[in-house]
Design a protein around this ligand. Sequence first.
Ligand SMILES: CC(C)(COP(=O)(O)OP(=O)(O)OC[C@H]1O[C@@H](n2cnc3c(N)ncnc32)[C@H](O)[C@@H]1OP(=O)(O)O)[C@@H](O)C(=O)NCCC(=O)NCCS
Length: 166
Amino acid sequence: MKPVRIRTLQSTDAEALLTFELDNREWFERHIDARGSAFYSVQGVTDHIAAYLADFAAGTWHPFVIEDEGGKIVGRANLKSIDMSERSAEVGYRIAQSACGRGLATLAVRHLIQEAQLHWNLKQLVANVYAANIASAKVLKRCGFLVEHISRQEGTEHDYRFGLSI
Ligand SMILES: CC(C)(COP(=O)(O)OP(=O)(O)OC[C@H]1O[C@@H](n2cnc3c(N)ncnc32)[C@H](O)[C@@H]1OP(=O)(O)O)[C@@H](O)C(=O)NCCC(=O)NCCS
């Protein structure tokens, strides 16, 4: 068996990524904003990957997948909205429900920090998390992020913005 691996998303990942997203759709929709239904098809995911890889080529996005010991996609992590003038980006991540609690999100966030530093030469990372997402907040704090802002809007769930200076 190979070790858990985090690598850049590839155009050949469409079927494996669709399986991962379909298997975990309901789980993700409990914690993060839902995707449109057109996404959940081979064509939808192929288009999604093409858009992410175009943004990667343009230097504004770095998409990663996490593979388990058997080579199955069990998570995703992204450096989003990379801004080379501000030297900043947002982090995002999602782990298969069946693979949670094994430290994979912590591993992924540490990988994002390392890539932000070594590959992109960034200085500032941010993350936006719903207040109810205790596991995600725990991962960010463990990786050194601090709460920067709490938004409270009448009648809606409030959320936290975390930041990390690197
Ligand atoms: C949030 C998420 C990424 C965490 O992934 P993970 O691989 O389980 O994270 P880790 O194992 O690295 O760490 C999670 C920690 O939170 C803890 N935790 C999980 N649920 C918890 C809860 N309800 N209350 C308190 N702690 C909780 C775990 O025990 C673990 O801590 P420990 O290592 O000290 O035991 C995963 O649940 C997920 O993908 N959720 C859906 C998508 C999502 O929310 N993405 C993040 C958007 S900001």
